[in-house]
Design a protein around this ligand. Structure first.
Ligand code: FES
Length: 144
């Protein structure tokens, strides 16, 4: 028997024999789209799911901040920082519940418009906003 047969290797071998992945056993699978900062200051997203009208997808900016890319019911794309300007919670896509209040912070109920403006506090500052050029599973974001 291999003396270096570690617990990890035992799990990998067992998983391979059972045809299962070790994801969920302490390893993190990549989630959602990836992002990178371009030399010109724009942000590139890759691995997006298809966004139909009225839907959104969360992502993480290269600096670790939460973001939300969306396509409005009218077909216009955009993105915002999803970091609530009140105390930093992650703002959620609320358009399916109420198209007039598309962005909602679950922590203290701040409400935001698609252009990042505050509709209702306690937040007082707008969310950072980005122009989006969508191309299939990729997007370019430019700060507005
Ligand atoms: S952190 Fe968003 S409303 Fe307080």
């Amino acid at each position: 028997m291999d003396i270096n047969f570690t617990r990890r290797r035992f799990l990998e071998t067992s998983a391979a024999l059972l045809g299962v992945s070790l994801v969920g056993c302490g390893e993190k699978a990549p989630e959602g789209p990836t992002s990178r900062q371009n030399p010109d200051g724009t942000i590139a997203l890759a691995g997006l799911k298809t966004l139909s009208n009225g839907t959104a997808q969360p992502f993480t900016f290269p600096d670790g901040e939460a973001g939300l890319i969306f396509v409005t019911a009218a077909g216009e794309s955009g993105a915002v920082s999803a970091k609530c300007t009140h105390a930093g919670c992650v703002v959620e896509w609320n358009a399916p519940n109420n198209p007039k209040i598309p962005l909602r912070c679950p922590c203290h109920e701040s409400l935001f418009a698609l252009d990042g403006k505050v509709l209702s506090g306690p937040a007082t500052a707008p969310l950072k906003r980005y122009a989006v050029t969508l191309s299939g599973a990729e997007a370019q974001l430019r700060a507005l």
